[in-house]
Design a protein around this ligand. Structure first.
Ligand code: URA
Length: 260
């Protein structure tokens, strides 16, 4: 008998009961909640489904759901059921850790046993609120948090003081901090009232306390900080302390953003 070598990273092919490789595309998409098999067949006829970037032109295609990238109407969607990604509106005072030996409240406590193997994507300070992603997909977590992928994050900061006219220009140009320069992608003054201002900033880096340090450096100490978006995922109207599972389209958009 011939012994086929197995290489590191090789995957066992998926076969059905009759020994045919892969799973029917309609079945994979129906399982992912795109629509019934009948509806998915119609969508294929209408040219709305693409596999690995190519529009599917015929019925009956078989795919390996672990490796293909599927788009519906041009938007990538997550088709696997064995990975989950959540968004949490982290409350003030909770530390970004799955557990803590000093007995402090953690996001791990809040998540409980929702899904095995959940990890938080990057960190928010204990006194920062807002959008924190958690996922069982280790590679997605790694890429979203890694500086080289330059995932943008949006923050709403309340600061003491009024904002000088040219601040946006200065922040976009770059401000020198002790561990190197930082630049924002965008800056907007949202409100000024009773000696406090609210500003929105978008940055694509995640150095420790970066927003607080940046704003302190320009003379505007932060009194409240809320993250409102990570890449395409929005905090929107989530109430504080709430967790929601991301849609397959939201996960697909995150995957696309980091080249998965
Ligand atoms: N910048 C900060 O200063 N704190 C956070 O939690 C996130 C970004």
């Amino acid at each position: 008998m011939e012994l086929a070598p197995v290489h590191p990273g090789d995957r066992a092919p998926v076969e059905d009961e009759e020994g045919r490789q892969g799973e029917r595309l309609q079945k994979v998409l129906a399982r992912a909640g795109v629509g019934s098999r009948r509806v998915v067949e119609d969508m294929i006829d209408e040219g709305r489904i693409a596999v690995d970037g190519k529009t599917v032109l015929v019925q009956g295609m078989r795919v390996d759901p672990r490796t293909v990238q599927i788009s519906v109407d041009g938007s990538r969607i997550e088709i696997r059921n064995d990975r989950v990604t959540y968004a949490m509106n982290k409350p003030y005072g909770v530390i970004t850790a799955m557990s803590d030996d000093r007995g402090r409240a953690t996001v791990g406590d809040m998540v409980g046993d929702l899904a095995k193997g959940l990890v938080h994507v990057g960190r928010l300070d204990q006194d920062t609120e807002g959008l924190l992603l958690l996922t069982t997909d280790g590679e997605l977590a790694h890429r979203l948090a890694h500086p080289s992928y330059e995932v943008s994050k949006t923050y709403m900061a309340q600061v003491s003081g009024s904002v000088p006219r040219d601040l946006g220009k200065r922040l976009r140009h770059g401000v020198e901090l002790e561990d190197g320069p930082v630049r924002v992608d965008s800056f907007q003054l949202m409100d000024t009232h009773a000696g406090q201002s609210v500003v929105e900033l978008v940055l694509h880096e995640g150095r420790k306390h970066i927003v607080r340090r940046l704003l302190a450096e320009v003379g505007l100490p932060v009194t409240r900080l809320v993250r409102t978006a990570v890449g395409p995922v929005q905090l929107a109207r989530m109430r504080t302390g709430v967790i929601r599972r991301l849609s397959r389209a939201e996960v697909g958009a995150l995957q696309e953003l980091v080249g998965l």
